[in-house]
Each structure stands twice: as C-alpha cells, then as structure tokens.
Design a binder for this molecule. Structure first.
Ligand SMILES: CC(C)(COP(=O)(O)OP(=O)(O)OC[C@H]1O[C@@H](n2cnc3c(N)ncnc32)[C@H](O)[C@@H]1OP(=O)(O)O)[C@@H](O)C(=O)NCCC(=O)NCCS
Length: 315
C-alpha cells in the first residue's frame, strides 16, 4: 500500500494593519482605479513596526494547530516557506518550534513566490521517506520590508501574511481518496533585470515580462499535472493559483476554459503575499466551506528566481 499525504487543516494570520489603494495614492502617483484595473488589488495587510516574519509564522501555526485540534507533541517536523527571514540563524522554523514546543526537525525554504509548492513537495517527500505522520507547513512573508515605497510599479503589488497547513500521512491511494497525487517543480536561475529584491534597493521588476512568464509556467504546471495523471480540465473542481495579479488568474482560467467560480481569488484583500499566497487562499476557501472531501484541486505558483511549480491533490 502506498502513502497518501493530505491536508487535514488550514490556518492563517494576517497583520492587523491594512493599507488601501487610496492611501497609497497619497504618497505615489497612482489611483485606486488603476490598481484595481491592472491587478484586482483593493487593499493589503502589512506588518507593524517590530512585527516580523517569525511573529506572523507563530500566529498562523497556532491557528492551524487549534483548527486541527492537535497538540504540539503531535507534530513531527516544521517547514517554513519564506524569503524574508528575520535573522540569519536559527531559522524561522526553529523559532516556531521553540514558541510552540514542537520537537523534531525544522527548516526554512526560500523559493520566493514558488515557495509554498517547493516546501509542500519537500515535506511530502520527507514524510513518506521518514514515515512521519503529521507535519506543519507555513508560508509566511513580510515583503513590505523589501519594498521601495517610492516605486509605484511595485509598491502597489505586495502584502504581508502567513498561511499554514497540517499535512497527515496515511496508507492509501490519493487518486481514490484524499491527498497529493503529484507535484510539478521547475526553475530557471536569476534574471536580475526581470525580478529582484533586497533590503537596500527594494523590489525591481519588469512587470510585463514577468506577467508573460508567470502565465506560461503556471499554465504549463497545471497542464503537465493533469495530462501525466490522465485527468481533463473538466475533472478539476478548483484551481488555486499564486495570487500575483487577477489578470494572471483570469488568463490561466481562460486558457483552461474554466468558469470564474473554479478559480480561487483572494487578491482583492491580500495582494501578492509571495509564499503565503497559496496557503492563505486555501484557508480562506476552506473557511468558506468551498472545498468538499475528494474535490480535485490543482495549485500553481511562479516567483522570483525564477521558481515555479504546482500540485495536484484530492482535498
Ligand atoms: C506590474 C503590473 C501590474 C503592471 O501592469 P502593466 O499593465 O504591465 O503596466 P505597465 O508596467 O506596462 O505600465 C503601464 C503604464 O502604467 C504606469 N504605471 C505603472 N505602475 C503604475 C501605478 N501604480 N499607477 C499608475 N500608473 C502606473 C507605467 O509607468 C506605464 O506608463 P506609460 O505607459 O506612460 O509608460 C503587471 O505587469 C503585473 O502584474 N506583472 C506581473 C507581476 C507579478 O506577477 N509579479 C510577481 C511574480 S511572483
């Protein structure tokens, strides 16, 4: 019998502070309407002074444990997807473990907006190899710390937040019951001209080029996952794509000929939260009761690096 690794609970933490498009228009030359038309974003959450990626990861981790009805001692390992760690060492995962009292291995994975897919894939493979039963995976970002607030081309796009899932391993065939069926993982190496960010210079991006790459690679991940597992687009219940731009999500839906209600969207209030965007979208959908056990879901992400990938799963 094979192992099936499934998501048994979701959780999140969104910082209290919010920033609307109108508020951004007070300090750069933009407008609410431009931002909504070009991105679908209305507002975003931002960490406050002194609030770090470690703090929001801990809060999302506590939320998902509560939602799962689990104790820290039930968790075998902790994986954090982030490209905004608040200190060199130890990892954000170690801080989460210390705060929650989780023993066992922990590590961070930095793959920018592709981070949750890379991290879920790593966790799933380690779980089946090590025969771990339950693992905590968090996607957490405070990209506001990388933003040049004078650059209207990028400062309107990003938000902060943390999303979390608990993965559980059981015997079974995920195609028949629940769990990850397959992952698709890709990447290409740095092109600084296209998408790059650091604490000193902020984020720099060639939006048009990144847009084209993002649609192509997320589309390819979805198509590859479906075709190599003998599914058709009609079999899909929901697509949970990385929330970078509503027009990217719409383009993927259009190419796959899927109706709008199958394309999960949280971008209006979350903006682009990088590695947190997919677990935040999973949690928001789960809270609304959108997903039923056994639903076929495809996720896809694309980010700086470039990194990209997707996961096919039965909820
Ligand atoms: C960034 C993005 C929203 C810009 O939208 P776009 O339609 O490509 O717009 P452009 O960059 O071509 O800019 C069009 C015009 O709007 C202007 N503009 C840029 N940002 C603006 C803003 N915030 N407000 C008003 N005008 C703005 C530009 O200066 C340009 O003006 P010009 O025509 O006079 O030169 C879009 O390209 C995008 O979402 N790209 C992908 C982002 C992404 O996925 N990033 C992360 C991957 S993880």
């Amino acid at each position: 019998m094979t192992d099936a690794v499934k998501i048994i609970a979701t959780g999140s933490f969104l910082p209290e502070k919010t920033l609307t498009n109108d508020q951004i228009a007070e300090f750069v030359d933009t407008s609410h309407q431009w931002i909504v038309d070009r991105t679908g974003i209305h507002s975003r959450h931002l960490v406050s002074e002194g609030e770090t990626v470690k703090d929001i990861s801990i809060k999302a981790a506590k939320d998902v444990l509560k939602n799962a009805g689990l104790k820290a001692s039930d968790i075998d390992a902790v994986f954090i997807a982030t490209c905004a760690p608040n200190s060199g060492f130890p990892s954000v995962a170690s801080h989460v473990q210390t705060e929650l009292g989780i023993r066992g291995p922990g590590m961070d994975i930095a793959a920018a907006c592709g981070g949750f897919i890379y991290t879920a894939f790593t966790a799933e493979r380690w779980m089946t190899h090590q025969k771990w039963n339950k693992v905590l995976v968090v996607g957490a970002e405070t990209l506001s710390s990388y933003i040049n607030w004078e650059n209207r081309g990028t400062c309107v796009l990003f938000g902060d937040g943390a999303g979390a899932v608990i993965l559980e391993r059981q015997s079974g065939d995920p195609k028949q019951s629940r769990g990850f069926i397959d992952f698709h993982i890709g990447g290409s190496g740095i092109d600084k001209e296209l998408l790059y960010g650091d604490n000193e210079n902020g984020a720099e991006m060639n939006g048009r080029e990144v847009f084209k790459h993002a649609v192509r690679e997320m589309q390819n991940s979805c198509d590859t996952l479906l075709s190599r597992n003998h599914y058709k687009t009609e079999d899909i219940d929901f697509v949970v794509a990385h929330q970078a731009n509503q027009r990217i999500i719409d383009a993927i839906g259009k190419q796959m000929k899927l109706p709008e209600d199958k394309m999960i969207s949280t971008i209006a209030t979350h903006a682009n939260t990088s590695a947190a965007s997919i677990p935040l979208a999973l949690h928001a959908s789960n809270q609304k009761g959108l997903f039923k056990n056994g639903d076929l879901i495809v996720t896809a992400a694309f980010g700086a690096g470039f990194t990209w990938g997707g996961a096919l799963l039965r909820w």
